[in-house]
Ligand binder design. Structure first.
Ligand code: UDP
Length: 193
């Protein structure tokens, strides 16, 4: 068993290293996977919003962001090993990508922010291949899809806020030539500031 469930919401039991291993296998096998960060606020919101509950459970990997999830696991005899924040997972994937010649794409946040986040990432991981960046206010949906598909990234980070970014990923996964999708909320803002 690789997941446990809190109030109907699945949460992955994988550690960072296991998750990185899993995503590497997914890339090798050409499988598409989708990472969502789960915290107690999202679990509570999902109680009143069945569509949100469904959406969160559609992800391949629900990472235990927020100590509340880790605590719930401990109190319930669960097996979640460590807290995995969305931004730390994002950075871990970038580090792995820089070692594996995989490319990443940053989509979302206000104009200029993803570009700055890219500079921060390149300072940390000089070998990282950033296939492209695009702000989250481009209204032409077809242009967004085309831009990402032309860049052909292995990993796509989507920073449109939650649950907008998760809905966007689920709606567009099939037509995107991308292997790993992660919704990263305000992470580009954090890296750019
Ligand atoms: N955002 C965007 N397009 C939109 C709405 C929001 O790119 O149409 C971006 C916004 O600029 C910010 C991020 O999405 O960078 C949302 O960050 P927030 O911290 O609110 O997200 P959370 O982590 O709370 O989901």
């Amino acid at each position: 068993v690789t997941k446990e469930t809190y109030l109907g919401v699945d949460v992955s039991r994988y550690s960072y290293n296991e998750l990185i291993e899993q995503t590497q296998e997914d890339i090798k096998e050409n499988k598409k996977s989708f990472i969502v960060a789960i915290n107690p606020e999202k679990i509570l919101k999902a109680q009143e919003d069945p569509a949100l509950l469904q959406l969160l459970n559609k992800a391949t990997y629900q990472i235990p962001d927020g100590v509340g999830v880790l605590l719930a696991s401990k109190l319930n005899g669960g097996a979640i090993k460590e807290r995995i924040t969305g931004i730390d997972m994002f950075l871990a994937l970038c580090e792995q990508a820089s070692k594996s010649e995989q490319s990443v794409f940053l989509y979302g946040a206000k104009p200029g922010v993803a570009e700055k986040a890219k500079e921060t990432l390149l300072a940390k991981y000089p070998n990282l291949n950033v296939a492209g960046v695009l702000d989250g206010y481009e209204k032409d949906e077809e242009k967004v899809i085309r831009t990402i598909n032309e860049a052909k990234p292995d990993i796509l980070f989507v920073a449109l806020g939650s649950p907008g970014q998760e809905n966007w990923i689920v709606d567009n996964m099939d037509r995107l030539d991308v292997r790993i999708f992660q919704g990263v909320g305000g992470s580009f803002d954090v890296l750019s500031g």
